[in-house]
Write a protein that binds this ligand. Structure first.
Ligand code: SAM
Length: 239
């Protein structure tokens, strides 16, 4: 059955693995001066494992806030979760943050609303606060794909590139970084992720399209998959 919501992105995948979260949070900490007093917001937090781990690592006094459209039963307990859309959150928010994280979510937002949302995010930063926007590197994507997935992925990456250019024009002083994670996964596990439609580009595929895709991956790739999961990170500072 085709679905319209992302439920399985961080559902026991490499994206929720201890190793990935550890490396990602080390990357985050290299970009931000954070301490136990820091206030953190994650937009489109999924199960909230990233900021949950960050909370333990920094011994945060204030639980980090994670917002998402989906309230997962197995979400991280160390976060203050709010089931709310980014648009509604910022129309109500009066809090200030040291870090606003928006990881692999900006591509799901309406293009026409991104500018207003970014302005509201900037206005919600503490004096030395930063916004970190991470999205798949549109120049280089190594995700093992079947034909139809590749077509959709390329289309989506083209849009991502437009979003990145748009943000760069809005914030010419933005800093660009990359986060690269070396994925090693069995084809069986990866196909299981595909069957659960882990990525937005395959969300709308019907069961037959998914089954055909899995067959293609089976014949195209070896038992063990090795590839880079590469993200572009835009850093916007408040000053
Ligand atoms: C690809 S997942 C990324 C999850 C997490 N940030 C990570 O990188 O592991 C995108 C998430 O954004 C959420 N999302 C999509 N549109 C949203 C919106 N308008 N407001 C808040 N969350 C949204 C989805 O429900 C989903 O959990």
């Amino acid at each position: 059955m085709a679905s319209t919501v992302i439920k399985n992105w961080d559902n026991k995948t490499w994206l929720s693995s201890h190793d990935y979260i550890k490396k990602f949070n080390n990357f985050l900490l290299r970009q931000n001066k954070l301490n136990s007093n820091s206030r953190i917001l994650d937009i489109g937090c999924g199960r909230g494992k990233i900021i949950g781990n960050l909370s333990s690592k920094l011994r945060l006094i204030n639980k980090p806030i994670g917002i998402d459209l989906i309230n997962h039963r197995d979400k991280d307990k160390r976060i203050n979760f709010k089931k709310i859309s980014a648009y509604t959150f910022f129309s109500l928010n009066k809090k200030k943050f040291d870090l606003i994280l928006i990881k692999q979510t900006i591509h799901l937002l309406q293009f026409s609303k991104i500018k207003t949302l970014l302005t509201k995010m900037s206005n919600s930063l503490n004096p030395h606060g930063k916004i970190l926007i991470l999205t798949l590197n549109p120049q280089k994507n190594e995700f093992p794909s079947f034909d139809l997935m590749k077509i959709r992925l390329l289309k989506s990456l083209k849009r991502d590139k437009k979003i990145l250019t748009f943000i760069s024009k809005l914030y010419p002083k933005r800093i660009l970084k990359k986060f690269v994670y070396k994925v090693q996964i069995t084809k069986k596990k990866y196909n299981n992720m595909i069957s659960k439609r882990f990525i937005s580009t395959i969300l709308g595929f019907n069961d037959k399209q998914i089954a055909t895709g899995i067959k293609q991956i089976d014949s195209k790739f070896k038992k063990k998959l090795k590839f880079s999961d590469e993200l572009v990170c835009i850093i916007i500072r408040n000053n």
